[in-house]
Design a protein. Sequence first.
Length: 87
Amino acid sequence: MEKTKVRVLSGFRLTIPKDARRRLPIKVGRELEFAVEGNRLVYKVKELPDDPVFSMLGLTAGPQKKLGEVEEAVISEIEEKFKRSRK
């Protein structure tokens, strides 16, 4: 996701960018968790759906699946992309 600017409205309301809403399970009434990390405000979806890919990455509750060599390579690449996107 590219960086997107949002404007702080009265009452400190924000509009969540469309790309984030499309990629994450964010719906009206859903709780988000906010954290301050250095000079960044980070929001996280409080509960992710029980998605097999998220489970393999350890991003949801439940047992992690045993992975083969190909799956390990894919997961490793995804984890690296997550790390780079958080910088």
